[in-house]
Design a binder for this molecule. Structure first.
Ligand SMILES: Cc1ncc(COP(=O)(O)O)c(C=O)c1O
Length: 468
């Protein structure tokens, strides 16, 4: 058979052949092989992925919060199909209506919430938009290249984004590209010092940060020149990969006061927590501070197009300071992505997502608290909206137990859990400093019945994992 015919004939979902070909032809440099036998999925709908035998796997992480509005969301799928039939392609140096309308929707929302004029800039995916934000920060601060970021923070794996992501693991093999951020502790309420309330701990973390500016000898501030060596602080308001850690309410207010005092920009990364994951369009809205730059991606297109973007204050991004050609990608602001993004924004205006997500989140969290009462290995449960965490520990309820959670993940992916007499699977994401946190990001459209199913499957998976 010619190679052409072989490619055409090979449309089956013959798992044995596919796995052999994957082992031979696919790079293992992505994250697929984090689990021993990654499942091969054939289709998806709502809160579920389906394998070749059409067995459902309840997804409680929705592609790391990229698919907030459910798999194969009919309205968003239709918007994509409509755009395919009208203007599927345009070189990114030309204009098209949905790009302009989407930018306007985001900028007007920011103006309304934060009383600041600004502009929106698009690019392909989260890390690339982080790269663009680094350019804007460096450009607006006279080329300062040093950033603050948080321990436990994650901003992507391109070279620039890895330099402000706390894990050395992502940099170890590749040398440095630009300067590594100065990583500052993020208040982690479950593991706070015993003698402090969560708020006292938040205040303590702010004071420790402020201490860096006390004298020139602390290393980041020149009192004579009135200049900080650092240009911006990159924050995830709720840490995503870091384990869905929700900081105390007073923390960001205190932090922003320090940043304002020393002229340091606040860049908010909403790539994982944006689009109502936490019950607000942007998670920073819970914390009473105003960003200078806000970066978003993932659920902007419900995960159907790798479009991301950023909003920046007019002073940082106006055409004089950030002129044409400052960044470019062939696929930046591609019309399929911007049409989807616009439809997402229209959908958000028509439904009260704040109420819906807050209510569903409270119901899910209540169920997790109940589960915690029955399993002493669940050391902590917490969350904001439908960004929820369950921390898996040893039976002292505190010592991180990654091995037990790894077993739960494998059990879920094996598709052998029982639901009303049928075999089903469960898809979980693992996060946290000790990789012992179930970071739950279900579809924002998840039903109460599906939440109940999720809680029952978590119960089963944990019970089985403890037995093995
Ligand atoms: C908070 C945050 N920032 C940045 C990124 C990087 O986005 P992408 O994977 O689209 O490059 C991610 C991805 O998980 C993220 O969660």
């Amino acid at each position: 058979m010619s190679q052409h015919n072989e490619l055409k004939a090979d449309t089956s979902l013959d798992e044995t052949n596919l796995r052999a070909d994957e082992a031979k032809y696919c790079s293992f440099g992505d994250t697929v092989h984090y689990v021993e036998t990654p499942p091969i999925f054939a289709r998806c709908e709502g809160s579920y992925m389906f394998d070749a035998a059409d067995k459902p796997y309840l997804d409680l992480q929705m592609w790391y919060s990229a698919v907030n509005f459910g798999y194969s969301n009919p309205r968003l799928n239709d918007a994509l199909k409509k755009q395919v039939d009208t203007l599927p392609q345009t070189a990114s140096q030309y204009l098209h209506p949905t790009k302009i309308r989407l930018a306007k929707a985001i900028a007007e929302d920011m103006k309304c919430k934060f009383s600041l004029p600004g502009r929106v800039h698009f690019n392909v995916g989260g890390a690339q938009c982080i790269e663009d934000s680094l350019k804007i920060v460096r450009n607006a601060t006279g080329g300062k290249s040093l950033m603050f970021a948080f321990e436990g923070g994650y901003h992507g794996r391109t070279l620039g984004a890895s330099s402000i992501t706390s894990s050395y693991r992502y940099r170890r093999r590749y040398g440095h590209f630009g300067d590594r951020a100065h990583f500052i502790p993020f208040p982690y309420p479950f593991r706070r010092p015993k003698n402090m309330t969560a708020e006292e701990y938040g205040e303590h973390c702010v004071n420790e940060f402020a201490r860096l500016f006390e004298t020139e000898y602390n290393g980041v501030w020149d009192p004579k020149g009135g200049q900080a060596e650092y240009a911006a602080f990159y924050v995830e308001p709720i840490q995503g990969t870091g384990g869905y850690v929700v900081p105390p309410k007073n923390f960001f207010i205190g932090l922003k006061k320090v940043l304002d005092r020393y002229g340091i920009l606040l860049v908010v990364d909403e790539i994982q927590m944006g689009f109502y994951r936490t019950g607000k369009l942007w998670s920073i809205e819970h914390f009473g501070v105003t960003p200078d730059i806000l970066v978003f991606a993932k659920a902007l297109t419900n995960g159907m197009n790798p479009l991301g973007g950023l909003w920046a204050r007019e002073e940082l991004i106006n055409p004089t300071i950030f002129p044409p050609g400052s960044t470019h990608s062939t696929f930046a602001s591609n019309p399929l992505g911007t049409a989807l993004g616009l439809e997402v924004f229209e959908m958000l205006q028509e439904t009260d997502y704040e109420k819906m997500v807050t209510e569903k989140g409270a119901y899910f969290l209540e169920g997790l608290r109940d589960l915690q009462k029955r399993h002493k290995e669940i050391g902590d449960v917490d969350g904001l909206g439908l960004a929820l965490r369950a921390e898996i520990c040893a039976d002292d309820g505190f010592t991180p137990n990654k091995a037990l959670l790894d077993k739960m993940v494998d059990i879920g992916l094996a598709g052998d859990l029982d639901w009303q007499g049928k075999k089903v699977g469960l898809i979980l994401d693992v996060g946290g400093y000790y990789k012992n946190v179930i970071t739950l990001a279900p579809s924002l459209h998840i039903s109460t019945a599906e939440i109940d199913q999720g809680l029952a499957l978590l119960d089963q998976a944990l019970t089985r994992a403890k037995r093995t």
